[in-house]
Design a binder for this molecule. Sequence first.
Ligand SMILES: *Cc1c(COP(=O)(O)O)cnc(C)c1O
Length: 378
Amino acid sequence: MKLKTKLIHGGIDGDPATGAVSVPIYQVSTYKQDGIGNHKGFEYSRTGNPTRLACEELIKDIEGGARGFAFGSGMAAMSAIIMLFKQGDHFIVGDDVYGGSYRVLTNVFNQFGIDVTFVDTSKMEEVEAALKDNTVALFLETPSNPLLKVSDIQQIAQFTKEKELMLIVDNTFMTPYWQNPIELGADIVLHSATKYLGGHSDVVAGLAVVNNDELGERLHYIQNAVGGILGPQDSWLLIRGIKTLGVRMQEHENNTKEIVAFLQKRDDIESIYYPGLKLHQGHDIQQKQARGFGGMVSFDVGSAERAERVLAKVKYFTLAESLGAVESLISVPAKMTHASIPAERRAQLGITDGLVRISVGLEDIEDLIEDLTQALED
Ligand SMILES: *Cc1c(COP(=O)(O)O)cnc(C)c1O
C-alpha cells in the first residue's frame, strides 16, 4: 500500500461489524468478560480502547514501525518515552528542541536523576563530544524550531547504533508524509499530533512509534502504568485529521514556497530560514532524507519593533503559538515560544528579536501574500 492510500486505509479500516466506513467512537471504560480473564482483547480503556487502537495502528503503519501509541498530548508522549530510562542516565538533546521538551527535561525529569547535555545536533562533532559513560539516548528534532536547522538522521543513527544509544526523533514538523525517521535508523518517533496530524487546531494529542516489539511492550507497560492516554473522541478526531494529511502537506508546502519566493524578492528581509532554499544550511541533507521541505518558514525583519508592527498589521495570519493547522499562524519566537530561554542564550542560537516565524496555512496564496505585503509596509 502506498503512503497516500495508507493515510486513508491504514490501521483498522472502518468497522467490520456494521460496515461503517469510519471507525466508531468506543466511548467506554470497561469490557464484559465471559469468564475471569476471558475477554475479546480489551479489559479496561487505559490499557486499550478500540478507537485508540485504530489510531495507534494507523500511526504505526504510516511511520513504518512495529507499534504505535496515542497519548493525551505531545508532552505526555515525550514523558512516557523518558520513563523508559532511569536515574543516573544521560541524554544528548538538540539545543533548539521544543520549549516544552526542554522544560520537562530540565525542570521535571532532572528531579528524577535524568542528566542532559544540549548540543547542535546538525553538527556531528558536537554530538560525539557530548557522549558520556552513562549516555543512553539521543533526542532531536529536524528541521528544528525556529531556525529550521537540519540534522542528518542516518549519520546520527550510525553513531547511536555503534554506541548502543537509543535514537528518538520528534517528527512533528515533517510528519510521516515527508519524513520517516524509523526507516532512517531511529528507534522511536514522536509527534505532537496537535499540529499537522490533527491539522485543524481542534485536538491536543501525542503519538509515539517504536521500531521493535520488545520496545513496544516496554512503552505499553509505561503507557498503561502511568496513564497519559488519548481518549476515544480525540483518537477519532486524529484519525479523521490524518486522512487528509497528504493533500494538506502538499498544499502547505506549495503556499510556503510562494511565500519564500515573495520574501526573497524583498530587500528589507535580512535572512530567510527554509530548508527548501539551496543556500540553507541543511538543504542537501533534507533532500536526501525527506520527500519535502514543509510549511514552516522563519525570517528576520531586522528589529523587535518591526516584528511587532508586522504582527499587529496582519489580517489572515493569526498571532498564536502552535503550528501545522489550516489557519496561517504567525509568531515572534524570542517573545513567545522561546521567551523562557535567556536572552544571551537566544543570541547564541541566532534567535534574534526581529525573527518572525510563520506556519503557512491553506488560505488562498494571493490573500496571504497581499496580507504580508501590507504588513511589511512601513
Ligand atoms: C507542540 C510541540 C510539542 C508538544 O506537543 P503538545 O501536543 O503541545 O504537548 C513537541 N514537539 C514539537 C516539535 C512541538 O511543536
